[in-house]
Design a protein around this ligand. Sequence first.
Ligand code: NCD
Length: 304
Amino acid sequence: MFARRHIISTRDFTREEIDYILSRAAELELYARGSKTCDLLSGKILANLFYEPSTRTRLSFEVAMKRLGGEVINVSSPETTSAAKGENLVDTIRIVSSYCDIIALRHPKEGASRMATSFSAVPIINAGDGAGHHPTQTLLDLYTIQQEQLLDSLRIALIGDLKYGRTVHSLAYALSLYGAKLFFISPEALRMPEEIKMDLIEAGVDIFESTDLRDVIKEVDVLYMTRIQRERFPDPTEYNKVAGTYRITTGLLAENPHAVIMHPLPKLDEIAADVDETANARYFTQAFYGIPVRMAVLSILLER
Ligand code: NCD
């Protein structure tokens, strides 16, 4: 169903397709942990082309490929490549796609991955395009929510930078397939883009918006925190105005002791350090799930 397809946005998926990927991820968990080994993708090469900083996404793609018996080539500092000589992305994609079987691309420009599909001989996985989308992050977010048995009739607050945060854009679209109720909590200046809200409303999603987390904390199952995306602010003084707006503390959690806390990471100061030790915190496990979920994606796309 997926062989040789590109993965650019969660909007390209049906619910059945997402469910299939999540079930494959569950089957691969023991391999993801290294308790079992396999060589499903031996002889295959993944190119990680990262034009923006990354720790989890790049490393987990690399580990996922290696756990499946495949090989990885990496560009993580474009300043050491021909991009620094002025080579454009189109030429880079043409060449790199002739060197490998699949490309994971992260780029600061929204739409870069979609554009790359026109010039690539192999499947492109969007590993983050500016403030656009980050579909594999969403798949691991959904996997995490499913492990909590919350995926059906979910009530989730997406908190923080809903304007520039690509993870919440992708997640909101995907959750529209699962009948979730979405609570958008952000500073006025960082609200969920109007266009995305319109799409969600059209899809019949129940949305509530507020600037105050306390309005909704008692009503939700999941608190999905995000970092304010400093690097996407045209004016740094605007960042300073909104930095530190939301912070999850153990005190705040007393208002909803069952809330599951997720975060795509990296986190700055939006979650107090002692929250890491609580049973509510799921973000480290969530980051681990990047391995089985990306293994599922790679194996499905490269199926022989
Ligand atoms: C996110 C990203 O790059 O969009 N990180 C990630 O992939 N886990 C979130 C962020 O950078 O804030």
